[in-house]
Design a protein around this ligand. Structure first.
Ligand code: NAG
Length: 259
């Protein structure tokens, strides 16, 4: 166990030299926040979540995930985005830091405000605080368990995913709720459209919740294409990704991925 952990540690000095670059090639500054953990040592309590990714093991997000405070979650627009996080060793609160370590997590959940508690004592996710409530195995890469909360520095980084974008269709006739998962690069989706094979035009799919987009047409059983534009402005068309005769609850895996 120990060697594997050591290999995963990337030293901050190295990261600092290789100046991080955003998707639009602008240098990215580290920003300050705090981080706690949830969900248990096996991250079982992180399943589900406000992005709607469901079982994070089967959907590929694993234990490198985080719930974001309201200001970072941005009403679900942050779902699927990736963040590199390091404990802030220069902070006066750094006693529980694991110096030099970083971990990259995908946003999969909302850390809701707790207005019964003050912002600086338990209400960590209250606006306007930027806060990451991380899956415990991810948090323990950068913090010492008994500290409970650590000061962190974070920055957005491109998401690395295996394989193509996936679509899961839930709902019923005249209400299709389509969950978009396994999105690489910028990670987040700006807009989605659907077209059935018997239709001439694309129909816009409004954002519903988390990483879910919906259509109010009756598309049941029809061959469908999806069109996604990510928050970087890159558009991909997934032609006939959903075959005739599809059923609610099925997931369709494409070969296309954002870059
Ligand atoms: C929706 O379309 C399917 C396939 O054409 C049809 O079988 C079903 O009856 C329609 N549903 C409703 C509620 O009209």
């Amino acid at each position: 166990m120990a060697p594997a952990r050591v290999i995963e540690v990337v030293f901050l000095t190295v990261v600092g030299c290789a100046l991080a670059v955003n998707a639009d090639n602008a240098p990215v500054e580290w920003q300050k926040a705090h981080a706690t953990f949830y969900g248990g040592a096996d991250a079982s309590g992180t399943m589900g979540g406000a992005c709607g990714y469901g079982n994070l093991y089967t959907t590929g997000y694993g234990t490198r995930t985080a719930a974001l405070s309201t200001v970072l979650f941005n009403d679900g627009q942050a779902c699927g985005q990736c963040y590199k996080i390091a404990c802030d060793s220069k902070s006066t609160e750094s006693m529980w830091c694991k110096p030099g370590a970083t971990v990259t997590v995908t946003a999969t959940n909302l850390c809701p405000p707790n207005h019964a508690l003050p912002n600086d004592n338990g209400g960590w996710c209250n606006p306007p605080r930027p806060h990451f409530d991380m899956a415990q195995p991810a948090w323990e890469k950068i913090g010492v368990y008994k500290g409970g909360i650590i000061p962190v520095m974070y920055q957005r980084v491109p998401c690395v995913k295996q394989g193509g974008v996936r679509f899961t269709i839930n709902g019923h006739d005249y209400f299709n709720l389509v969950l978009v998962t396994n999105v690489a690069a910028i990670g987040s989706i700006k807009s989605m459209d659907v077209k059935s094979s018997d239709a001439a035009n694309w129909m816009s799919m409004p954002h519903n919740w988390g990483a879910n987009w919906h259509s109010l047409a009756n598309l049941t059983g029809k061959m469908l294409s999806f069109r996604l534009t990510n928050t970087d402005g890159q558009t991909l068309v997934f032609n006939n990704i959903v075959p005739n005769g599809w059923k609610f609850g099925q997931t369709f895996t494409s070969k296309l991925q954002f870059n």
